[in-house]
Design a protein around this ligand. Structure first.
Ligand SMILES: [Fe+2]
Ligand SMILES: [Fe+2]
Length: 364
């Protein structure tokens, strides 16, 4: 072994002890990406005939596998000097990669399980393509983590991570939104770095354009699934659920992103502006299927997102302090977060009628 390899191994060992990424990914908190399980039999009974024409077009597109060769490192993959990276940036960037990898892998696990348990050929085919894509996405991010010596043990994660049960309709709302918001996040970062390549501090961002097209079509599939049953998007109670998921997904993203100050600074991104842009794009797309839209320009929107973020920072501090005092403080901040959420949830929504035809193409 030459001297360089030794220093490199030592560095990896040091980084690996600082970042137990598998533990980071396994941890269940309000903000970490979760693993889901659902009533697979109910999902298997979905009849896609009401959307057959659009369904077949989408499935044919997924079957053609346009990104088959995309998730491989090539000459575009510049070598990264992990040792020279600013330590604060490194912490946040690894956190970003681990959380993205967990989210991608969460889709992979859920979709694969649906395909494994299903008997409905339409559903099984869709979920096999989607799990194929998410496995590639998670694997590609994990390759980037491996270069830093801190790959997530995905096999372990599958066994050790807690699974959250969601009824199928909640899976549709949550997964539809996470696919579309994933698209909006990836394309917004990609377009920004296209204009400001000097901020591209890691090659993985170069892969985001084709990548986000996968997420876009996954979202399309869930839009079609929701269209097979009008009640899912038109009943009074379900509209309240949609509103709840929109508020929860958007505010979680806000809090998560605001915890990564150095990461966004390195990208040259103003977090408030970036998040509002992602909400805007997601909301525009979601008009395809949701009859309501959050008013992200309402005077109560940003102030309550800020309150919510401050409450989460407070909860985190109190948790670290521990003891009775810490517990009480954490409870107090929890109440503040709940109150901010209620203030966000009750902002009057914008109502609209989704178009006759659901399908859209990525246009951002
Ligand atoms: Fe993905
Ligand atoms: Fe996806």
């Amino acid at each position: 072994m030459n001297a360089h390899a030794t220093t490199h191994d030592e560095l990896h060992a040091e980084v690996a002890s600082q970042f137990d990424t598998t533990a980071m990914a396994t941890e269940t908190t309000l903000l970490n990406p979760r693993f889901y399980t659902t009533d697979f039999d109910e999902m298997d009974r979905i009849d896609v005939s009401p959307v057959r024409k659009e369904w077949d077009v989408l499935i044919a597109q997924m079957k053609s596998d346009p990104n088959k060769g995309h998730f491989k490192k090539n000459a575009e993959w510049d070598q990264i000097d992990w040792e020279g990276m600013d330590p604060a940036l490194k912490v946040e960037f690894i956190d970003f990669l681990v959380s993205s990898c967990t989210a991608e892998f969460s889709g992979c696990v859920l979709y694969k399980e649906m395909k494994r348990r299903g008997t409905n050929p339409d559903i099984c085919e869709l979920f096999s393509y989607m799990s194929r894509d998410e496995a590639r996405h998670a694997g590609f991010i994990n390759d980037a983590l491996r270069e830093a010596g801190v790959a997530v043990n995905l096999g372990f994660l599958t066994r050790a991570k807690k699974y959250t049960y969601f009824r199928p309709k909640f899976i549709y709302y949550a997964t539809y939104l996470s696919e579309k918001i994933g698209y909006a996040r990836y394309i917004t970062i990609f377009r920004h770095l296209e204009a400001h390549p000097e901020h591209r501090f890691h090659p993985i961002f170069k892969w985001f354009k084709e990548w986000c097209n996968d997420e876009f079509s996954h979202g399309e599939a869930f839009a079609l699934l929701m269209r097979t049953d009008a009640k899912l998007t038109t009943s009074w109670a379900n509209k309240l659920w949609i509103r709840f998921f929109l508020t929860a997904v958007y505010s979680t993203m806000w809090v998560r992103d605001h915890a990564r100050v150095e990461f966004h600074k390195a990208l040259g991104v103003d977090i408030d502006v970036y998040d509002q842009r992602v909400f805007q794009v997601t909301s525009e797309i979601a008009r395809q299927v949701f009859p309501i839209e959050l008013d992200i320009n309402h005077p109560r929107w940003i102030p309550n997102l800020r309150r919510m973020n401050a409450a989460f920072v407070g909860m985190e501090d109190a948790h670290r302090r521990g003891g009775i005092g810490g517990k009480l403080a954490k409870f107090g901040h929890g109440l503040k977060a709940a109150f901010a959420f209620a203030r966000l949830y009750t902002i009057p929504v914008i109502r609209q009628t989704p178009p006759e035809s659901v399908r859209m193409e990525p246009a951002y």
